[in-house]
Design a protein around this ligand. Structure first.
Ligand code: ZN
Length: 473
């Protein structure tokens, strides 16, 4: 969209947000729900109809707490603020962005007040992205992750020279990268008759219905990052494509939560796309696309290169070990902002101090510091924990699929992804929004949310790559 269109679009989005909101909270919807709810007792709890009533009631109850004018005003302000952020970020101009950020924080606080909460205003916001989850649970999960990750990161950094990623820092022409990425996501099971791959400044996926789910990636001159962007977005898209046809055009279409969605993208990006088995299969084909660049490299060296760990400034470029530290930092700042304990004007300073403390790197400019993400500019506060929940859940799902199919990794090594996708289809995708994330996870894996498999996975993988001796006992 041309930048001149931003204001017009802000008005359009405000109007559409108001109309959608009015429909959800209308007396027609309420009467239909009231009439349907008594039937619920006679339906199996996991039937589509029972879920439809349950989920719609939750959506309506949440929406009814927000006045339509407020929803429209918030949407308009978000569009304007995003536009200001877009222009201010490359200029490292936090001062211009600040009043817009302050406004979005204020909207978030008012949203929490309208929605209500018992313990922390953040709970009200989090619930919009991770239904039925509280910041207390998130804080406990994150503390375990931080305690498990920090010593691992320290050990890895001490042996940084064990992994050479020089092979990735060469010219990789866009077209062969695109062709390879397309071949791989198709092999994963992303249906290109119901999707497509395009280019954008930041990778994303977007869907209009289960038969039209599109993805993008971005190409760097000296990078194969486009591959992992495509794997990630294909993971999101396959989730949407796999939602049951019976749920189409109902409130049950879509994903159980942002975290469950992210579990799908991270699973394909990391547990498959950064695995040794996958590159044993895929490296020869990539080598054929880039015979000069990859002449002196083999699958094992390439696997190690794409898993190089390095504390860095930018979340979206972070490796598996450091990624969650970026999220924990944002979660802590968001809680402070919403509770009023942190003033937006102090954010750059606090951001930089926390980056230094957690990751050992200090942003030289706000462009690559507090202004790097789009989320806050659009008022998406409470969203970031979903990324880390997705990482944690991705391993829980993968391990459950492996319990069902003990030869799963061998199949990946043979380039056979249908078994994994089939398991995800049956246990995750087909259910759309039918179950709360907690229930979906328990049904699929038999266990509640736990960071233990994820930390075990990180330690096993990176101890091996970096030659770190595991201490027993
Ligand atoms: Zn994602």
């Amino acid at each position: 969209m041309p930048s001149g269109g931003a204001e017009g679009r802000a008005e359009v989005i405000a109007t559409l947000s108001r109309l959608a909101h009015e429909q959800v909270v209308s007396s027609t919807t309420r009467d239909l729900l009231d009439a349907a709810e008594p039937l619920c007792d006679r339906l199996p709890a996991d039937s589509d109809d029972a879920a439809l009533i349950r989920v719609t009631r939750r959506d309506v109850d949440r929406a009814r707490k927000l006045p339509a004018d407020f929803v429209a005003e918030r949407a308009r302000a978000a569009s304007q603020s995003i536009q200001v952020w877009r222009e201010a970020r490359p200029r490292n101009d936090f001062a211009t962005f600040r009043p817009y950020l302050e406004r979005m924080v204020e909207f978030a606080r008012r949203t929490a007040d309208y929605l209500g909460y018992t313990e922390h205003p953040y709970d009200a916001l989090l619930d919009g992205y991770e239904p039925e989850m509280t910041s207390r649970e998130v804080a406990a999960l994150f503390a375990q992750l931080r305690d498990g990750t920090v010593p691992l990161l320290r050990a890895v950094v001490a042996r940084a020279s064990a992994v050479d990623a020089g092979v990735l820092r060469q010219e990789y022409a866009e077209e062969p990268v695109r062709r390879f990425a397309l071949a791989i996501v198709r092999a994963f099971g992303y249906d290109l008759d119901r999707g497509r791959l395009d280019t954008s400044a930041h990778p994303f996926s977007t869907g209009f219905n289960r038969n039209d789910v599109r993805i993008t990636t971005r190409y760097g001159r000296q990078s194969l990052g486009a591959l992992f962007g495509a794997f990630h977005e294909a993971g999101h898209a396959m989730y949407s494509q796999g939602s049951a046809p019976s749920l189409e055009r109902t409130p049950l279409a879509g994903g159980a939560s942002n975290g469950i969605h992210e579990s799908q993208s991270r699973l394909w990006e990391n547990l498959v796309g950064r695995s040794r088995a996958f590159w044993q299969h895929a490296f020869p084909a990539l080598q054929q696309h880039f015979p000069t660049q990859l002449r002196a490299t083999d699958a094992e060296a390439f696997y190690r290169a794409v898993n190089r760990v390095e504390p860095s400034l930018i979340r979206v470029e972070a490796d598996e070990v450091t990624y969650n530290l970026h999220i924990i930092l944002r979660f802590e700042l968001e809680q402070g902002l919403v509770a009023g304990a942190i003033a937006p004007q102090n954010l750059p300073e606090i951001w930089n101090a926390k980056m230094t403390e957690y990751l050992g790197v200090t942003p030289p400019a706000d462009t690559d510091g507090v202004m790097q993400d789009i989320h806050w500019s659009g008022g998406l506060i409470g969203y970031f924990p979903s990324y880390t929940i997705g990482n944690v859940v991705s391993v829980q799902f993968f391990e459950a699929a492996r319990r069902a199919h003990p030869d799963l990794v061998d199949r990946i090594r043979r380039g056979e992804f249908a078994t994994l996708l089939g398991w995800l289809r049956e246990h995750v995708h087909t259910h759309g929004r039918k179950f709360f994330p907690r229930d979906l996870l328990e049904r699929a894996t038999g266990t509640p949310l736990t960071p233990v498999p994820y930390l075990d996975y990180l330690r096993a993988k990176y101890h091996e790559i970096y030659g770190i001796q595991s201490r027993a006992g």
